[in-house]
Design a protein around this ligand. Structure first.
Ligand code: TMP
Length: 242
């Protein structure tokens, strides 16, 4: 564990003692409430977001390890979701319509919330999710041009009252992110530059529209600096002492 990670671990553990019981849901996308029932969430729920090659998965893994949190991802966090992920990302699924893509993303998310995320949160476990609702708003809403509000409504049905406490956006220019990808591109990675520019801009727009729900980190810096900024920002955001 690095010094920074140890600090963060200590800081996050400190917060665990002050964990909120029965805290009301927060909707980071300022969307409509879903099937909001009685508030039950107790663990912290943080989503890491960004375009292709942003480095968000590395940061999500690092923070989850430091926090002892459940690390999961979308699409594909559950066994059923893994099949949905394969369908969504395989270049062989060439005929998938944009609306079917949005619905499959939502289906993966609904399964994931019911099977993993909500059960973890209600027992007090923290959850770090590599992509969540905001990815659908950016990729399907803006990238596919289905409309952010339409996709938000779909996402609200999928997640009910389970919204992240915070979205962490790792922001990198499209060219930088795409250049970092290795291996053959998947069905979404291979889309044109305009698609990825819309995705990036929509993440940035969401973050500036509701800054209380977002941390935006410049992902172009060397890994150690990005990590240090994520740690410092999380500590500051939650008033954690160093
Ligand atoms: P990953 O590369 O972070 O594993 O994400 C898989 C791909 O799925 C990535 O191209 C983003 C895309 N995606 C969407 O288009 N909509 C979504 O709602 C989610 C969660 C991911």
């Amino acid at each position: 564990m690095t010094g920074n990670t140890a600090d963060l671990h200590q800081s996050l553990s400190h917060v665990r003692g002050a964990q909120r019981v029965g805290e009301l849901r927060t909707d980071p996308s300022a969307g409509p409430p879903g099937n909001a029932g009685p508030p039950v969430r107790r663990g912290w729920f943080i989503a890491f977001e960004g375009g292709e090659g942003s480095g968000k998965s590395t940061q999500a893994r690092r923070i989850a390890t430091a926090r002892g949190a459940l690390l999961t991802r979308q699409p594909g966090g559950t066994e059923i979701g893994a099949s949905i992920r394969e369908l969504l990302l395989s270049p062989d699924t060439a005929g998938l319509s944009d609306r079917a893509e949005a619905l499959l993303m939502a289906a993966d998310r609904a399964q994931h919330v019911d099977e993993m995320i909500r059960p973890a949160l209600v027992t007090g476990q923290d959850v770090i999710c590599d992509r969540y609702v905001s990815s659908s708003l950016a990729y399907q809403g803006a990238g596919r041009m289905l409309g952010v509000e339409q996709v938000r409504t779909l996402s609200a049905f999928a997640v009910g009252d389970t919204w992240p406490d915070l979205n962490v956006l790792l922001d990198v220019p499209v060219d930088v992110g795409l250049a970092r990808l290795g291996g053959p591109p998947d069905r979404l990675e291979q889309l044109d530059r305009g698609f990825h520019e819309r995705v990036r801009q929509t993440f940035l727009d969401m973050a500036s529209a509701t800054p209380e729900h977002w941390l935006v980190i410049d992902g172009t810096q060397p890994l150690e600096q990005v990590s240090a900024r994520v740690d410092a920002a999380l500590i500051a955001r939650f008033s954690w002492s160093r």
